[in-house]
Write a protein that binds this ligand. Structure first.
Ligand code: DQA
Length: 146
């Protein structure tokens, strides 16, 4: 079964208790299980990783090369700051979908810019936990069509 990487960045381990008015009440485990169910329905499996450090996320992206067929990635605040993550996405030559639970374009100005967006397949933002389901479906559709 082809495998997807579900990758989460800083503070997303606190989902469920972190600013529930912005990010909802579902935990990271809930979101990961939603990704697993969605992928399974289309004949894919998932491996889920989370890191609070930029280097940990770069390492997870490198490890995906030759192992996973695509990445659904919520880089959290590193989205708006990290050239290293953008370079890692470019380097691994795998399709990556950028995820945000909140609508980053409706929030503070500093969240409007994404270093990653130009090197990702696309961006899904603003649908809460459902952003993950939509990202996994988009990724699978792209992989099956390519
Ligand atoms: C986020 C949006 C980011 O701006 C923020 O720093 C996060 C979460 C989201 O899922 O909406 O940590 O990526």
């Amino acid at each position: 079964m082809p495998e997807l990487l579900i990758l989460n960045g800083p503070n997303l381990n606190l989902l469920g208790t972190r600013q529930p008015e912005v990010y909802g009440h579902q935990t990271l485990a809930d979101v990961e299980s939603l990704c697993a169910q969605t992928a399974k329905a289309h004949g894919f499996s998932v491996v889920c990783k989370q890191s609070n450090s930029e280097g940990g996320l770069v390492d997870a992206l490198h490890a995906a090369r030759g192992t996973q067929v695509g990445v659904a990635f919520n880089a959290g605040a590193y989205t708006h700051t990290s050239v290293a993550l953008r370079d890692a996405i470019s380097a691994i030559e795998l399709p990556v979908v950028e995820i945000h639970m909140s609508n980053v374009h409706a929030r503070e100005d500093f969240r409007h810019h994404s270093y990653m967006a130009p090197v990702c397949l696309g961006q899904i933002s603003g649908f809460g936990a459902d952003s993950y389901r939509l990202a996994v479906e988009a990724l699978i559709r792209h992989i099956k069509g390519s």
